[in-house]
Write a protein that binds this ligand. Structure first.
Ligand code: AMP
Length: 326
């Protein structure tokens, strides 16, 4: 189980941190993937663009290789059981612990005039999303590690409080490897939907925009190749590994170590790798996004699958709590 917020265009971080693993999981597991539109309400000041963003995120999921016939691909708000479980879990969540969550502190800094209760209880809603399907594997990027820890806590707390093993423990999942963090092109932080758009490559970027952004990516001259690699250069290598062949990566590594690396050449290779990788996804997503009847079918079919699984869980939760009276 996993989800992506429809708060803007998806980028390479969303792809390599999340989407790629959704696609890799779909043949071997029972999967639930959703567009987290309720989560988006915690930060959106206005919802005019929401419809387009939800449709775009669905289209980009499918264009990246997700098959809506194999998985449940749905919108969070189409599964009202999510909100029911969220309410039950809120009774087990404490103000103090939620205030300490680093992502909450970050968001308070970003939107000091809109510190709403939804923002505070964001990790509770995320736990509800996951526990709703009693999911154990959650394909997410590295930035979500702490939220998964909180979801595990809530699962354990619920089971203990109501003395029934309703929820298994969920874990962040990347096929046994380290969770991914795709760095931003300005050498600082990670790619993200809203911060510094020139330092983030979006799946919707056209070829020339991709080339322009990569050209502007931060680099710095290195006097001693044996010293630790500066973060900006390490980031470029990390991006190169994502979209270019191992041969190309090894060649630039060898050049770097010999002190002869030409960053202009390296960026050109990286840009062309990105263009060939993104163009087919962008073109397919554009087509899907404009296909009203297909998207409606995907959403309806996804919601039906998700609600079937959610109804069973909510019933188990109610029984455990003692909310069944006849
Ligand atoms: P969000 O865009 O915050 O809704 O995140 C959707 C998914 O993309 C989550 O699984 C995140 O962990 C993942 N993600 C977002 N940004 C990055 C990034 N820069 N690197 C790796 N994964 C990311």
């Amino acid at each position: 189980m996993s989800g992506i917020r429809p708060t803007g265009f998806l980028h390479l971080g969303n792809y390599f941190g999340a989407l790629r693993n959704y696609v890799r999981m779909q043949d071997a597991y029972t999967c639930y993937f959703m567009v987290a539109d309720l989560h988006a309400l915690t930060t959106l000041n206005e919802t005019k663009g929401l419809k387009q963003h939800v449709r775009r995120v669905l289209a980009e999921n499918i264009a990246s290789g997700l098959d809506p016939d194999k998985v449940a691909l749905y919108c969070q708000s189409h599964v009202p059981e999510t909100s029911e479980l969220y309410l039950f879990l809120n009774m087990l969540a404490y103000k103090g612990e939620l205030e300490k969550t680093p992502t909450f502190k970050d968001k308070v800094r970003l939107q000091p005039n809109n510190v709403n209760a939804g923002l505070l209880t964001y990790p509770v809603l995320m736990a509800a999303d996951i526990l709703l399907h009693r999911a154990t594997l959650v394909p997410v990027g590295k930035d979500q590690e702490q939220h998964l820890e909180i979801a595990r806590d809530f699962a354990g707390r619920f089971n203990k409080r109501y003395e029934r093993e309703v929820f298994p423990e969920p874990f962040a999942f990347n096929f046994g490897e380290e969770l991914v963090k795709v760095p931003s092109l300005d050498g600082a932080g990670k790619m993200s939907k809203s911060e510094n758009q020139m330092a983030t490559i979006y799946l919707a970027d056209d070829d020339d925009t991709i080339r322009k952004k990569i050209k502007k990516a931060k680099t710095e001259s290195v006097a001693d190749p044996a010293a630790p690699m500066p973060a900006s250069i390490e980031n470029l290598f990390q991006l190169l590994k994502l979209v270019c062949t191992p041969d190309v990566v090894s060649k630039f590594h060898a050049d770097y170590q010999a002190g002869t690396v030409r960053y202009g050449d390296m960026k050109s290779e990286l840009a062309e790798g990105m263009v060939s990788f993104i163009a087919p996804i962008r073109e397919k997503a554009e087509q899907i996004q404009n296909d009203d009847s297909y998207l409606k079918k995907v959403m309806e079919q996804g919601a039906a699958k998700a609600r079937a699984s959610a109804a069973v869980t909510v019933e188990l939760a109610k029984e455990a709590i003692g909310l069944i009276y006849y």
